[in-house]
Write a protein that binds this ligand. Structure first.
Ligand code: ASP
Length: 441
């Protein structure tokens, strides 16, 4: 068994840096295989087989031939679900799917834990998307408590997005894209822009970038800054304190805090990312701009989401101010934050980023199913203990998580687990959604 076989991927922290690099090496090979054409044979294939009158099969299509992937998507998705399904089919495996919440017994009130336990007996690997924060960990734990006794095998849970919490496989696609575009991640200056509070892709990506030594700049309306728990983890685990800006203009022309306050005091600019004052340009300041949409489905008050609309925009004017090699990325779907006129520019990488989803996920599936081994140096250790071990510390009993979107507030029978934050004994962190609350609340 390889180091990754049978492991859950609930957070990007479940994969160590050298494991992520191993995923990328395999992705390169699979991407090359796809590029050569799914039906073409590799150059190493013995010559006599090329003479066969039978249709040729891609060597990729034999990798997972006897395995089944289940996609359980209890929230809308286009790219994540279809790229996982495409990846499994490219590898010769089969797919079963719950494509939306209405098509499973969760609609009848079945618990997530029960749903996952049942599906684990029908499939070899499960990709879960769920509207509640921390649901992927709860699903993984529900299998860990029974997997060897009842199932007799390990069924990995892959987090395909759990509420506003994390989206680790999108981060693999994002880091892979940066590596393809810039041949490195270390030292890159990356601006995370948009709804940083609710965008799960940003949370996982911030950890991933910090771990690989990139420098983070956060650009968002003040109301949509990174959540406290993300900032705390960046600081405690990666000694990273990202600089925060209201706009690209602020990034390009740092001004004393007092005048920034004055300007904000005069009310929100109609277009906070207005670049007119960015005379020096921001080209030399950024290697990549990662834009996210306003995550309107996560706002308690829909009118607030509406008020934030149009508060940032990537358009042809921005293209004139960024560097020749500054990559524009977006996890998609975009709504109105990236002008369609940007698409034709070679720096717009978002459709390439989406396309990498297939080879990246092919590599991950093959590794988690033990069908391929990590190449190169292999530590066999995750950066943090794999899911279910590190977080299994006993929680403070009798305390509920105060995050209304936490899975423990929705799943019947779920036991909340609040644990003290290291070096901050008056703060508790939920082991599932990671939201923080004071010990006395
Ligand atoms: N597709 C990404 C996600 O599922 C980004 C988004 O929806 O804005 O998180």
């Amino acid at each position: 068994m390889t180091a990754l076989a049978g492991r859950h991927v609930v957070s990007i922290s479940d994969l160590a840096n050298d494991e992520i690099e191993g995923v990328f090496r395999l992705t390169d090979r699979f991407a090359k295989g796809l590029q050569d054409g799914p039906l073409s044979l590799s150059r190493k294939e013995p010559r006599k087989r090329t003479k066969s009158p039978l249709p040729r099969r891609s060597p990729l299509s034999g990798v997972c031939v006897d395995r089944i992937l289940a996609t359980v998507f209890l929230e809308p998705s286009t790219r994540t679900r279809l790229s996982f399904e495409s990846a499994m089919q490219r590898l010769g495996g089969r797919v079963i799917s719950v494509p939306d919440p209405g098509s499973s017994s969760t609609a009848k009130g079945e618990s997530l834990a029960d749903t996952i336990r049942v599906i684990a007996s029908y499939a070899d690997i499960i990709v879960l998307r769920h509207p509640h924060d921390g649901s992927a960990l709860l699903a993984a734990e529900s299998l860990d408590s029974q997997r060897l006794s009842e199932l007799g095998r390990r069924v990995p849970i892959v987090n395909g997005g759990d509420g506003a919490h994390e989206h680790p496989t999108q981060t693999l696609c994002d880091l892979y894209t940066l590596r393809r575009e810039h041949q490195r991640i270390a030292g890159l200056r990356v601006a995370l822009c948009g709804d940083l509070l609710h965008a799960r892709t940003v949370h996982s990506l911030a950890y991933g970038l910090a771990r690989f030594g990139a420098q983070l700049r956060c650009i968002s309306p003040p109301e949509l800054r990174l959540p406290t728990y993300v900032k705390r983890r960046l600081e405690l685990e990666y000694q990273c304190t990202p600089a925060e800006y209201d706009s690209f203009t602020d990034l390009a022309e740092p001004e004393p805090a007092a005048s920034a306050r004055d300007r904000r005091g005069r009310g929100r600019s109609t277009r906070p990312l207005d670049l007119d004052r960015a005379r020096e340009g921001i080209g030399r300041l950024l290697d990549a701009v990662y834009v996210t949409r306003i995550q309107k489905e996560r706002f308690a008050e829909p009118s607030l989401a509406e008020a934030m609309r149009g508060s940032y925009l990537v358009d042809p004017l921005l293209l004139t101010r960024i560097g020749k090699h500054t990559t524009i990325m977006h996890p998609l779907p975009r709504v109105d934050e990236v002008d369609a006129a940007v698409d034709a520019d070679t720096r717009a990488a978002y459709f390439r980023q989406a396309a990498y989803g297939v080879p990246v996920r092919m590599a991950l599936i093959a590794l988690l199913l033990g069908k391929r081994k990590l190449g190169g140096r292999q530590s066999g250790q995750a950066a943090e203990p794999p899911t279910g071990e590190g977080l299994a510390a006993p929680g403070v009993s009798g305390v509920r998580c105060q995050n209304p979107a936490c899975i423990t507030n929705h799943e019947l029978g779920a036991r909340p687990r609040l644990v003290p934050v290291p070096h901050h004994c008056s703060i508790l962190r939920c082991a599932y959604c990671e939201h923080e609350q004071a010990t006395h609340d």
